[in-house]
Design a binder for this molecule. Sequence first.
Ligand SMILES: Cc1cc2nc3c(=O)[nH]c(=O)nc-3n(C[C@H](O)[C@H](O)[C@H](O)COP(=O)(O)OP(=O)(O)OC[C@H]3O[C@@H](n4cnc5c(N)ncnc54)[C@H](O)[C@@H]3O)c2cc1C
Length: 408
Amino acid sequence: MTTTDTSDPSIDSESSIVDKAVDELLAGHDPKAESQIEFRGHQYDAGLAWVHFPVGFGGLGLRPDQQKRIEQRLRAAGAASADAASFFLALAGPTIVTHGTDQQRNRFLRPMFTGEERWCQLFSEPGAGSDFAGLACKAVRDGDEWIVNGQKVWNTIAHLADWGMLVTRSNPDAPKHKGMTYFAIDMRSPGVEVRPLRQITGEAEFNEVYLTDARIPDANRIGAEGEGWRVSLTTLMNERSTIGGSGSAPKRGSGPIGELVNIWNQLPADRRTAAQKDQLMKFWVRAECQRLTNIRAGASRKAGNPGPEGSVSKLAMAELNKELFELAIDLLGAEALVGYDYSFRRPETLSTEGIEHGVRHAFLRVRANSIEGGTSEIMRNILGEQVLGLPGEPRVDKDVPWVSVPRS
Ligand SMILES: Cc1cc2nc3c(=O)[nH]c(=O)nc-3n(C[C@H](O)[C@H](O)[C@H](O)COP(=O)(O)OP(=O)(O)OC[C@H]3O[C@@H](n4cnc5c(N)ncnc54)[C@H](O)[C@@H]3O)c2cc1C
């Protein structure tokens, strides 16, 4: 199966532009000889970091699905993919290129792409998760700076981050979606405190972040004052499609489903049941449908940020992963109960599935898939409202000043 319709002349000409740029990059820089940071810097300068971004900002202004071609060629030449702890570049990059000033694009995009500066996401609060627009973290303007006070929670990799995507309440008298402002915050600035939160895996991959009179220069405001909701949507759409794998094309039978098939193949014949085999086959079909749907979604995206298809793939991936690893644990039987290290750890990397730490770890880690990046219930609401056109759920506080909405 081809992933793009090569009968479209514009795709053919885009592919040759990409091939030429990759040839030139590889002619001047050997990914096996240079450090990852060095090589990725050259990749950025060649416009091959985010190929759909504008020229001069890591892109060539081409269709986003050309990125797959670039990645395949660079991997084949020995270039490593982005460090897993740099996950948030897939969210912060598109947000800054869409809503930031040229100065901000110049300041943030390159070091984010090379991995020299890592980012985290400071959205959720104890009282604002699914209803993220209800957030309370306060930002008050003080000359050329903003003073921020509040608490954020579940902030993945915040302990490793240099910068945070921070959303605040800058106008409590406006309705909730209209009084929010978005910033890039220096995670090492005074008044930013990161504390670990332990998960069922034993790790503290995420954190709570306390902001006490933290000062942010107005130059680090992303988007206009009061436009934080619109800016956040770009982050969230990119988050969902990244977690759901929308547009990516893993090998057939790879990833979690491949892991499950391996376990099945290694199981003695007398421990395999027909019912489990039936379940395995159903999961295989679901995984393959999801993979093909993701490829199709990627191929049909002509430009810009992903739409609700990212939420649909995130929903499908989250629910499948949970069921699939439950079967994996059932297949392992009593063996699944031993050999797991629950000791407290601060990971230096990030994985939404965690298979690299074994099936037991993955079984625990994927419980979070249907919560992180928006819960499955919220993904179903998006699917219902934005894809199927069903009536929206009642939103009684939409036009009420945030300050007048009762909060728990
Ligand atoms: C592993 C992990 C990593 C995370 N990383 C980050 C991060 O880096 N940065 C960050 O800011 N946040 C992060 N989060 C937080 C995540 O975005 C929130 O947990 C999520 O949005 C849900 O919010 P909540 O936990 O407050 O649950 P709530 O919003 O309180 O939801 C509780 C339950 O009510 C349901 N519910 C709520 N509203 C509705 C509705 N309108 N319709 C139907 N059902 C509804 C939910 O689906 C859920 O089952 C992470 C979470 C996890 C688990």
